[in-house]
Design a protein. Structure first.
Length: 285
C-alpha cells in the first residue's frame, strides 16, 4: 500500500496548503476593504484641488510658477515605479515592472536621460537583476501609505523640477477602477497640467490667487502621488485576494482528484485481498 500512503501524504499536504491560502485570502480581503476605503476617501480632496486650480489658472501664470513650466523637450526625466514588498499577488508586480520598463525604454529612445526611483522589494530586485542603476530605492512604505510618504517621495523631485534640473516626473502606478480592473499606467505628475474645465462655483479669494496657487500646486502634486500609492495598494490587495482564491479553489479540485484516486486504489487493494482469500480457500478444498 505504498501508493496509498503516498496519496495520504499528498492529501494532507494539499489540505494544509488550502488552509494557508484560504487564510491569506481572508486577510487580503480585509486589507483590500481598508485600502479601497482610503482610495474613496482621497477622491473628494483631489476633486476639490482640481476644481480650485482650474478656476485660478491662466496661461500667463506658467512664467511665475515653476511647477507649471512646460519644457519644450523632455531631456532629463525622473520615473518613480511603485511595486510591493511582497509577492503572491498574481501578475500585479510583473505588470507594473513591465509598464515601468517600457516607459523608461520609450523615454530613452526619445533622447531623454532617465533617473529611476523604485518603491518596493519586487521592483528593486528586478531592476538590480537587469543591472539597471537606481537613483533611489524605498522599502519602508507599508500597505498603509500616508501623505507624509507621498511628500517624502516627491518633494525632492519637485525641488529639482523647479530648479530646472528635471523636465518631467512620471509615476508608474496601478489605476484602481474596481476590484477586477486596476491596469498599470505611467502618469505624468510634473509639470502640473491644469485640470480642464472651469467650475461654476464662485470664490472669494484671500490672499491673492498667486499666493493661493503657491501653496496649492505642491499640495496638488503630493496628492497625485498619494493617490498613486493608495490606488496601487488597493490593486495589490485585490490581486492577492484573487490569486489566493484561485489557489484555494485549485487545491479543492486537487483534493477531490486525490481522494478519488486514493479510494479507487484502496478499493482495488481490498478486492485483491478478497480474491486471494477466495483463491486460498479454493486451493484448500
Amino acid at each position: 500500500m505504498a501508493k496509498g500512503r503516498e496519496l495520504v501524504g499528498r492529501i494532507k499536504t494539499t489540505e494544509n496548503t488550502r488552509k494557508i491560502t484560504r487564510t491569506m485570502e481572508m486577510v487580503a480581503t480585509s486589507k483590500m476593504k481598508r485600502a479601497v476605503d482610503r482610495v474613496v476617501a482621497a477622491r473628494p480632496y483631489a476633486a476639490a484641488l482640481s476644481d480650485v486650480i482650474s478656476n485660478l489658472y491662466h496661461p500667463e501664470l506658467a512664467t511665475d510658477f515653476p511647477l507649471l513650466r512646460q519644457p519644450a523637450a523632455e531631456k532629463k526625466v525622473a520615473v518613480v515605479v511603485l511595486t510591493s514588498n511582497r509577492g503572491l499577488a498574481g501578475a500585479f508586480n510583473s505588470n507594473l515592472i513591465k509598464e515601468g520598463n517600457h516607459l523608461v525604454t520609450r523615454l530613452e529612445k526619445a533622447g531623454a536621460t532617465v533617473d529611476l526611483h523604485v518603491v518596493g522589494k519586487k521592483g528593486i530586485g528586478f531592476f538590480k537583476y537587469i543591472n539597471r542603476a537606481l537613483a533611489s530605492q524605498r522599502t519602508d512604505i507599508t500597505d498603509r501609505p500616508t501623505a507624509a510618504d507621498a511628500a517624502s517621495l516627491v518633494d525632492s523631485l519637485m525641488t529639482a523640477f523647479a530648479a530646472g534640473d528635471l523636465d518631467a516626473v512620471y509615476v508608474v502606478q496601478s489605476q484602481f477602477k474596481s476590484v477586477l480592473s486596476a491596469p498599470p499606467a505611467g502618469v505624468k505628475v510634473l509639470p502640473v497640467t491644469p485640470p480642464t474645465g472651469r467650475s461654476t462655483k464662485d470664490y472669494l479669494l484671500y490672499p491673492s490667487a498667486e499666493e493661493i496657487l503657491t501653496a496649492l500646486l505642491p499640495a496638488y502634486v503630493r496628492n497625485a502621488v498619494y493617490r498613486a500609492l493608495v490606488e496601487t495598494v488597493a490593486a495589490e490587495q485585490a490581486a492577492r485576494r484573487t490569486a489566493m482564491k484561485n489557489a484555494t479553489d485549485n487545491a479543492g479540485e486537487m483534493l477531490t482528484v486525490l481522494r478519488r484516486t486514493y479510494n479507487r486504489a484502496r478499493q482495488a487493494n481490498i478486492t485483491q485481498e478478497i480474491a486471494e482469500i477466495v483463491g486460498g480457500a479454493a486451493a484448500l478444498d
